[in-house]
Ligand binder design. Sequence first.
Ligand SMILES: CSC[C@@H](O)[C@@H](O)C(=O)COP(=O)(O)O
Length: 367
Amino acid sequence: MKIDGKQYRSVWLSDDKKSIHIFNQERLPYSLEILTLSTMAEAADAIVTMKTRGAPLIGVVGAYGLAFAISEDTSDRHIEDSYKVLVETRPTAINLKWALQRLKQAVLNVPEISRKELAFKVCADIADEDVELCKNIGIHGLELIKQIAAAKPEGETVNIMTHCNAGWLATVDWGTALAPIYMAYNEGIDVHVWVDETRPRNQGTLTAFELGKHGVKHTLIADNAGGHLMQHGEVDMVIVGTDRVTANGDVCNKIGTYLKALAAKENRVPFYVALPSPTIDPEVADGVKEIPIEQRAGQEQSHVQGITELGKRGIVNTAPEGTRCANYAFDVTPAELVTGLITERGFCDANRQSIKKMFPELLSSSK
Ligand SMILES: CSC[C@@H](O)[C@@H](O)C(=O)COP(=O)(O)O
């Protein structure tokens, strides 16, 4: 992805190949700060504090965290202990566990002497593969946007709603939900995006940042505006990303996604979910009952942050001092509310049969 003429990925290896660089997403969209992570503790902290975020990206950064741990100590014990620390940094997105398990299994299968080099290679593979997966999601999602554009009167804009940030900042490049939008824009389709603010962490402002840098028309809206816009025919389709899709097609994503899906169903607006296959959790069937929903600090709810008139970052309390807050970070949209899944292999319905047909290797032995 290009920022001010320079090509970036959201995570990249340093020149000495001993550390990685990421954008500090706590500072975006106000300032473009690049961080260097060289230890497992730094990687874990970046994930917990959401300096890095988004399901596929935390998978890659978590894997590099494990690679840093392995470069300190290649023993089985240390690898297992480090895995446990990293896998608990964020509980909901399955990509983190998927990436850590893939790396752990790969290195435990080879002699200790080869582990360090292999660990960094597996991390680079996961990152490169993520770019390919997202690119293919974009290609398939583009077809859906083209269909919607073709069904509209000539010259009318295609209005797409999205929630949270599922763009290149949440993956290694392209994004999931935003990849089809970037491709549609690149092909000259007139698209406009309704960007949910996504309180309390305001990931919508990251989406606005990305879309703005790419030149895609967009409007930032309050999270509660979605139903109103759908009711008035202002939304042609919704595309969101996801942190975990169950074997039955239930979709876990940023808090508020479920409400968007309900409003979409009521207003007959198609509701699509874009995902790479590592986001599918074949071990889980019922998303509402089985997916652990992360709860974050109440301060994220009671306080807002932004840039003051003097250009300084500021945090202010908007709630009465001492108000009890609940900060659920994700919710689950039941499969029946999902029009379809946009994957790297194409489009499929959100149910076990269709997911199994598309990814037989994932679901063959699942419950
Ligand atoms: C391609 S990213 C899909 C999801 O990870 C994204 O929509 C999301 O919910 C991110 O949550 P976050 O809490 O910001 O990590």
